[in-house]
Design a protein around this ligand. Structure first.
Ligand SMILES: *[C@@H]1O[C@H](CO)[C@@H](O)[C@H](O)[C@H]1NC(C)=O
Ligand SMILES: *[C@@H]1O[C@H](CO)[C@@H](O)[C@H](O)[C@H]1NC(C)=O
Ligand SMILES: *[C@@H]1O[C@H](CO)[C@@H](O)[C@H](O)[C@H]1NC(C)=O
Ligand SMILES: [Mn+2]
Length: 637
């Protein structure tokens, strides 16, 4: 069985990709309208994308192609679009002046010889580089493969280039106290291109009022890139000649990961307020004042600045829509719609209450230390932002997005080193669940489809973090859900979950056709969340990735009443319309609709492929991967 299964994984992944591409194309025309969704989708198509080996990234959002979810968020976002139109304009900056001049220069000096396109399939040359000689193409492609973004272009662009001011015009009318706290900026990096780091530093120096900028601290998480040794030291010396004592660099002597790199920076800093950023950013005009003013007003606020996107190939800027930072039950971060309460303020410059941060943050340095900085036990990447956010909210602080503080962030096309991002995120998510989520932690296990007992996943020693939670007298996750993130909807009556198989053929799992999102199929068992099922004691049987949110429906197995095809329907709508979504089921037994008394069974279609059908019950039986709450007699692996 094993070899066969392995072979079958490939069609499964291929299928998911083809479908992802279709959905992508369907929405392609909408791309300018919803950069935030599009950005996520793009990431999903261009994996892997992490930025750190054995370390991090802040916005790894959704690695897996949970398209149901995505389609729904797209709808939501489009709905919200109508509301936001007056306050936020979405503009794609096709080309900005600096680059235009650069392009002209390039074509003036181009060599006159026939050019061949050396890398027709490379993402780098899709909309850039037509004037390059073959040698230049080769060099650019090599750098692109090494770093995941266009280092060739970055090395030519001025370090002090201007980027479009993406703030709402009303931000320009804000005035700030002349007595703001001092700011320290921490830039963490691992194998970043030197010109990228220099451009980040230049933007910070040029766009932060001199009297407020106390220090810039570089934390190198054990880069292997030679350019970042003597060359970088040289540059720092030059900066410090011009701005005495402004820059410091700390180098880890072994790879420690994102959370610990951030902690290193905080420990070295001395400024009142610290902004912990990636090194592949360019801060925008007026970015610092709103942060300093807000934290001066309330030292317990953790600020999540608004990102715009620097395209990895052209370095043009895409303005991102305003959104708050949220996460799903897997604790993957994502953008969420703006809260009604903020619209009611009729002030586009007002801080926005946010359930989480995306990754980069600004905080009162002392306060961040008091609440435990970052959890150094969060390894590699992912989840550390959710951990900090839950801790801040539950232990007496708050998280806010500040619309007038914008930072352009370079999203890599690919991560130079391939690794399976989900392994680390899964492990970190369990750590967060165990420390902070109380009686709701099972939701994380359910969403990741792992057994609650004996998960086999080592999330490290949590005793010191539990002690911290006690010492700070933190509130419960129940409080957090009710007061901060009510759109996550925990479920307490799920008793069976995982893959569902019919005993007639155990290579097949209950699955769904992605395109319609309504059609049930039997497909070779593989690791995709579309094959997850969740059986409720109340009779609902969800098929597909667990969503469990207020604004997005899960999909319920439904007996339409006639015909032999079972369907999948949005659960709450189906319940309202009294569709037949309730089933009797025990592991190793039949799946029978409570209303129609028909059974979910399989039969061979004309091609000899098993398909799920609804029919008078015969003797067919189903098994489910994991059980909870001592449900059923047998515990089936
Ligand atoms: C990245 O991680 C892999 C596997 O953990 C390791 O083999 C490789 O040497 C690492 N690369 C760098 C540059 O650290
Ligand atoms: C960038 O720096 C150069 C040289 O110092 C200067 O001439 C130019 O005006 C600067 N450009 C911007 C946009 O500040
Ligand atoms: C299914 O059962 C019902 C009631 O027992 C019966 O009337 C019907 O003919 C059966 N259908 C088939 C296809 O056997
Ligand atoms: Mn980043």
């Amino acid at each position: 069985i094993m070899p066969r299964r392995n072979v079958l994984k490939i069609p499964c992944i291929a299928l998911a990709l083809v479908i992802a591409t279709n959905v992508f194309l369907a929405f392609y025309t909408k791309r300018t309208l919803q950069k935030l969704i599009w950005g996520d989708l793009q990431k999903q198509l261009h994996l892997p994308l992490s930025e750190w080996n054995r370390t991090v990234i802040e916005r790894l959002s959704h690695l897996e192609v949970d398209l149901q979810n995505l389609k729904e968020s797209m709808k939501l976002a489009m709905k919200q679009e109508e509301n936001v139109d007056n306050t936020v304009e979405r503009v794609k900056y096709e080309e900005h002046p600096v680059q235009k001049t650069l392009k002209v220069k390039a074509s003036e000096t181009k060599e006159h010889k026939p050019k061949e396109i050396l890398f027709p399939d490379s993402q780098l040359f899709r909309q850039w580089g037509e004037d390059l000689s073959e040698a230049q193409q080769k060099k650019a492609e090599d750098l692109f493969q090494e770093f995941g973004y266009n280092v060739y272009l970055s090395n030519q662009l001025p370090l002090n280039r201007t980027i479009p001011d993406t703030r709402d015009s009303r931000c320009l009318q804000k005035t700030y106290s002349s007595q703001l706290p001092s700011l320290g900026v921490i830039l963490i990096f691992m194998n970043e291109a030197l010109s990228i780091i220099q451009r980040a530093i230049t933007s910070i120096i040029n766009r932060t009022p001199t009297q407020l900028l106390k220090e810039i601290i570089l934390v190198d998480d054990f880069s292997s890139n030679g350019e970042l040794k003597a060359h970088l030291d040289e540059k720092i010396k030059l900066y410090n000649q011009k701005y005495p004592g402004l820059l410091k660099i700390i180098r880890h002597t072994k790879r420690k990961g994102l959370a610990q790199a951030r902690n290193t920076g905080r420990e070295v800093a001395t400024a009142d307020v610290i902004a912990i950023l990636d090194a592949h950013v360019e801060v925008n005009v007026g970015w610092a004042e709103p942060i300093l003013a807000r934290i001066q007003e309330d030292r317990t606020v953790i600020v999540s600045p608004v990102f715009d996107n620097i395209n990895f190939d052209t370095f043009e800027l895409d303005k991102y829509a305003l959104a708050v930072d949220g996460f799903n039950w897997k604790l993957w971060c994502r953008y969420d719609p703006l809260p009604e309460a903020w619209f009611d303020l009729h002030d586009v410059t007002a801080p926005i209450k946010s359930p989480s941060i995306m990754g980069i943050l600004a905080a009162n340095r002392i306060f961040l230390g008091e609440i435990g900085s970052l959890d150094g036990g969060m390894l590699v990447y992912g989840g550390e932002n959710v951990e900090l956010s839950l801790r801040v909210w539950q232990c007496g602080g708050r998280v806010e997005v500040l619309p007038c503080s914008r930072i352009a962030h370079l999203e890599r096309n690919h991560k130079p080193y391939a690794l399976d991002l989900s392994v680390a995120l899964k492990r970190n998510a369990l750590r967060v669940a165990e420390i902070w989520m109380d009686e709701y932690k099972h939701m994380v296990y359910l969403a990741w489809n792992i057994p609650i007992q004996n998960s086999g996943i080592d999330f490290g020693d949590i005793s010191s973090r539990m002690a911290l939670r006690k010492k700070l007298k933190c509130k419960t996750f129940d409080w957090y859900l009710k007061n901060v993130y009510p759109s996550l909807k925990p479920i307490h009556n799920i008793v069976g979950y995982g893959r569902m198989k019919n005993t007639l053929d155990e290579n097949l799992c209950l699955d769904q056709e992605l395109v319609s999102g309504k059609t049930l199929i039997m497909f070779y068992c593989c690791k995709r969340s579309l094959q997850n099922v969740y059986y409720h004691l109340t009779g609902e049987l969800y098929v597909g990735p667990l969503i469990a949110e207020a604004n997005i429906d899960d999909h319920c197995l439904t007996d339409p009443g006639d015909g032999e095809k079972p369907t999948l329907e949005p659960c709450s709508k189906a319940a309202q319309n009294r569709l037949h979504i309730y089933w009797d089921f025990k592991p190793g037994r039949a799946v029978m609709n409570r209303a129609t008394k028909r059974c979910l069974e399989m039969k061979k279609d004309t091609l000899g492929t098993y398909v799920p059908v609804l029919q008078n019950c015969t003797t067919q039986a189903w098994t489910i991967q994991y059980t909870m709450q001592n449900w059923g007699q047998t515990n089936i692996q």
